[in-house]
Design a protein around this ligand. Sequence first.
Ligand SMILES: [Zn+2]
Length: 401
Amino acid sequence: MTIQALELFRSVPRYLTARAVGSKVPGLVSGPLAPLRLVNLKDPEPLGEGWGRVRPILSGICGSDLATISGKSSFYFSPLVSLPFVPGHEVVGELLDDVTSVHVGSRVVISPVLSCEARGLEPCPSCAEGLTGRCDRVTTGHVSPGLQTGYCADTGGGWSRMLVAHASQLRPVPEAFSDRKAVLLEPLSCAVHCALRANVQPNADVLVIGAGTVGVLTLLALRELTPAGRITVVAKHPKQREWAEAFGASEVVLPGEAVGEIRRSTRAMKLKPERGQSFLLGGVDVAIDCVGSKDSLDLALRTTRAGGRVVLAGIPVGGADLTPLWFRELELVGAYTGGVETVNGKRRDSFLVAQELAAAAPIDGIVGATYPLRRWREAIDHALAAGRLGTLKVAFDPQAD
Ligand SMILES: [Zn+2]
């Protein structure tokens, strides 16, 4: 039997081509130079004891997928993946085998990290603490290198009609959840992790840069899980502004207004360098970069008060000026994926925390468009232009024709 799948197959020189043209010419990332192709692959086989097959029902397109496809992600990643791979790590699907305590026919979401347990290894120090996102062994064991499902040649990925997953990755979904809500549990678990990495103190001033899916879900998690005070959100597009307001932003500003607005709300002093963007002495206690561009990280570093914290939630694609990090003695921390979180003193799986938030929050409309695999070029173009088009999340419906 064979399955339809989108496969990322390109070698490095083609990536460079995509990188050179990808950001300038619309359509080229999904055009003839794309590193993706639609193929028929052999059904993936479970990789041993504790593995089972999953039939994806919906599979999201993530900013990190787009950065990878358009050649914008760092070469740092190259030894952490194995080509060719099927992208897609935001997956809700149907389990096709009994896997330990999860039964065939269950609807599951995938916790994507391919950590020590999935690789049949003794736990590394991070995995032993439940912090699987920090696993040191994502390139070893009996599974090919791959930081996550969706970057590994052996497991398949969500942008296909079948993948294989390990018991450690399976999270059953409550029946009351729609598929469109369930497919958000993975990005929401990342947002939960990000909000907690921000270490927000009571009534703190927080800046969230970006109001795409990551920004909006991080805002939701900040409001539900932290004692944040004023939260200012930087949004480029009108529909993003509406989402940010609906999820609890105190103020929504355009990128060009952000420094001035934060100066006013935090009573900081604004200084204008001979060249480049203005910066503040004073500013927010915490800034969270949910975009990952040079401009967004620059903005975060330039508007955070001395001794404050900057969280990198988006995959970073550009080098920012680190002078404020040094001069303001900022803390710069990464927030990569979910894991075990400490919420109100209790250690809990970020997927369960995400599930509780999702049950109560009106997030169904976040998935704004779905596409069958054969229309992948349209899907990628839509995802690349999502902000402008007023869509938050674009997903594949891999079983559709
Ligand atoms: Zn590990």
